[in-house]
Unconditional design. Structure first.
Length: 239
């Protein structure tokens, strides 16, 4: 089963145990992977369901609904100030593999990037590809970019942390270990841009209920810090 290709399909493609493959999906299976009629693959709807499927012409014929659990037992929302260049691509890919549920691109005071709608489409495609590669059952949601203030107002969770590298804050891991037994299943992690959050942003976050935390004694790059935070959460909740 582990050798089979994963293909993300939309719910509208599935009718009467038959999946209508898109031209792109069919091209990938037949031309790129050299699949033939009767070859099997895994269809994923991105909301938690997998099906063992075989290729037949332009369709996938569902053979079996699979019970698969590859998701974290806790929902993690990453609130990330947009880094320079294409760094956000790497964050989306890595954090999808690590189990993030939602990613919010944030326009902070020090953000230099002003992403186009095409960027958002690219990030969502990367999330789909990383979901297939990492054998997840759910595709992370990539929200439209918003201001930091708007994100603080729009997002709620019992555990809310803002990562800040220079004020000798307690380590994120210490809070996660203390909170693990509390009955809640949502965490928000806010991570700043190159140069960090401004004092005004930090104050606004703490006033909104965010706990300032550290990710260690070293100053991490804006694209490294999210991977560290997600790794801590996934390790703690999967052991």
């Amino acid at each position: 089963m582990s050798q089979l290709q994963r293909i993300v399909v939309s719910p509208s493609q599935l009718q009467d145990n038959q999946i209508s493959l898109t031209p792109e999906q069919l091209h990938y299976l037949v031309r790129v992977l050299r699949s033939y009629d009767g070859d099997k693959f895994i269809a994923i709807d991105g909301t938690g369901k997998w099906w063992l499927t075989k290729l037949q012409g332009e369709f996938g014929i569902v053979l079996e609904l699979l019970e698969v659990q590859t998701e974290l037992p806790i929902s993690v929302t990453l609130l990330l100030a947009l880094p320079k260049g294409n760094g956000f691509d790497d964050v989306v890919r890595a954090c999808t593999e690590l189990g993030v549920a939602n990613i919010v691109p944030v326009l902070s005071d020090r953000t230099l990037l002003n992403p186009s709608p095409q960027k958002l489409e690219r990030w969502r495609r990367i999330a789909i590809e990383a979901t297939e590669q990492s054998e997840r059952t759910i595709i992370p949601t990539i929200l439209e970019p918003m201001t930091f203030k708007a994100a603080l107002s729009a997002l709620t969770a019992e555990q809310k942390y803002i990562c800040e590298g220079r004020n000798n804050n307690p380590h994120l891991l210490s809070y996660l270990q203390n909170q693990k037994q509390i009955t809640n299943n949502q965490i928000i992690i806010a991570i700043g841009p190159e140069g960090g959050w401004t004092d005004t942003e930090l104050q606004l976050a703490t006033e909104t209920g965010y706990q300032p935390v550290s990710l260690g004694k070293r100053i991490l790059r804006a694209i490294t810090a999210p991977t560290v935070a997600l790794s801590l959460i996934s390790a703690l909740h999967e052991v």
